[in-house]
Write a protein that binds this ligand. Structure first.
Ligand code: HEM
Length: 456
């Protein structure tokens, strides 16, 4: 024992005395990490090979209407009309009003369905998103609670749809001053978005719209319905964009909540929440004009497209999905399943390990200590989706046991009232611990840009 301590001491001495030795040990460590990543990746690929044949899944993906796996069969003009006049007239955000990466939230705030300030409470989020889009209470509560815990102010119960919360809010979040969803990379905001660049490729700014990315999505119409977009055509666009992230972003990292789930869910949100509904088409349709209006794009043809920051709008004569089929937390997963099964490369958990095109995945079994695997999670008849969403959302919460009680109670309440309940009465697989150490080998894992305190 004594002998080995001496030996270790002399090794440390020689390493600091000879930088070449240090470099060599760094190189050995890196090589060992890459070897381990390759081994884990093999298991992730094997897990993917167990999935059913994608051809059959593509037919299922294409069969979905714009209300998702559960169709909207009724239309009631009075109930579904979303006013954009009077108290809901459009107004551009004032200098002290915050907007961010989410066109759905920006548009709702610009029309007063959400607080025009861009700083929201849970109650305002639930009420506003139910009225404007037909989002269910459980989903709006879950998404807002997550924003409060990770990027907001748990004591004040507020979160920001854009940049940092105003400094007049004195309490700090679990991770310091709440940075808002604009600066929540790997926590909420993730890579491979529809029209926002990967954070690393744009100096950390993943909330400003990139017109080229928008053009690419704008071209992703469904060949069966010219000029229109569907869950299937957007699932294909997400698959393409996630492969592009691997090929262009050395820091590409699919963290389990943000990039693995939130990014592809956002593609589905466009179709499920932004489609217009009519008596003839109660399931809804989504076309280029709506796309441009919701995403604040002006210009008649793609070559002329220009982004107008913060000017997202709800279109005229627009009818949201029916309240008899609000979109809830379980639906988020039931719509991700057909997309992942049809285009399996779009399911990514892991990232680039050593520059572009060095993607290595992690199997769900390795990540969850065997509690989950991809086949059961993506089983269309299964019920594990809501469990996984609820559990993985909590997996990233830092240890808060040593915070003052004043902060612990609100966080615990948010978890108990809004995160855990989305699994309902399901008996969920028990995960001993999500193995976050597996992420250490991804350079993008620790990339956490913060930004200027502007209102966009
Ligand atoms: C409380 C509710 C919501 C929260 C917390 C939220 C949060 C977010 C976040 C963090 C992003 C960035 C994700 C990324 O990096 O791709 C995002 C993007 C997006 N969200 Fe939301 N969102 C909410 C509601 C909605 C609604 C109701 C809609 C649709 C009406 C929507 C549509 C979108 C779209 C389309 C994007 C992608 C934007 C782009 O890539 O250009 N979201 N949202």
């Amino acid at each position: 024992m004594k002998y080995s301590a001496v030996l270790l001491g002399s090794m440390a001495l020689s390493a600091s005395a000879f930088p070449a030795v240090m470099q060599m040990s760094d190189a050995i460590l890196k090589a060992r990490n890459l070897e381990q990543a390759a081994e884990l990746h093999k298991r992730a690929e094997e897990e993917k090979r167990q999935l059913p044949d994608p051809t059959a899944a593509q037919a299922l993906s294409q069969a979905r209407g714009n209300c998702g796996v559960i169709p909207c069969t009724v239309f009631d003009a009075t109930e579904q009309y979303v006013s954009n006049t009077g108290e809901h007239a459009y107004a551009s955000p004032a200098a002290d009003e915050i907007r961010g990466p989410c066109p759905g939230l920006n548009a709702a705030a610009n029309h007063g369905y959400l607080s025009r300030s861009g700083i929201l409470t849970i109650e305002n989020t639930i009420e506003g998103l139910g009225a404007a889009y037909g989002m269910s209470v459980d989903l709006a509560g879950f998404l807002a609670a997550y924003g409060i815990i990770f990027d907001g102010d748990p004591v004040a119960g507020t979160w920001s749809i854009g940049g940092p919360l105003p400094t007049n809010q004195i309490t700090k979040g679990l991770l310091g001053q709440g940075q808002g969803i604009s600066w929540s990379h790997n926590l909420y905001e993730g890579d491979s978005s529809i029209a926002r660049p990967d954070a690393y490729l744009n100096n950390g700014d993943a909330h400003s719209l990139d017109v080229d990315r928008f053009r690419d999505a704008y071209a992703a119409t469904d060949s069966r319905y010219p000029g229109r977009y569907t869950l299937d055509s957007f699932a294909q666009n997400f698959a393409k964009k996630s492969d592009e992230s691997v090929a262009t972003n050395p820091y590409f990292f699919a963290a389990p909540f943000s990039t693995t789930l939130v990014s592809p869910a956002a593609y589905n949100f466009v179709i499920n929440f932004m489609s217009n509904h009519t008596a003839e088409e109660p399931n809804g349709y989504f076309d280029g004009e709506q796309f441009k209006t919701f995403f604040a794009i002006e210009g008649d043809s793609p070559a002329d497209f220009k982004w107008l920051p913060g000017q997202e709008k709800i279109p005229d004569n627009w009818y949201r999905r029916t309240s008899t089929n609000q979109y809830n937390a379980a639906n988020v997963f039931t719509d991700l399943i057909p997309s992942f099964l049809a285009y399996p490369s779009s399911f990514k958990l892991g990232g680039n390990t050593n520059g572009v095109n060095t993607y290595a995945g992690i199997s769900l079994a390795d990540f969850t200590g065997g509690a989950y695997n991809l086949t059961t999670l993506l089983d269309p008849k299964g019920t594990q989706g809501a469990c996984f969403l609820a559990q993985v959302a909590q997996a990233g919460i830092p240890d808060f046991a040593n915070l003052p009680l004043q902060q612990i109670t609100p966080v615990t309440d948010l978890i108990n009232n809004f995160l855990t309940p989305i699994a309902g009465d399901l008996s969920c697989p028990e995960v001993g611990a999500f193995d976050q150490t597996l992420f250490n080998k991804y350079p993008g894992h620790t990339y956490r840009p913060t930004g200027p305190d502007t209102n966009y």
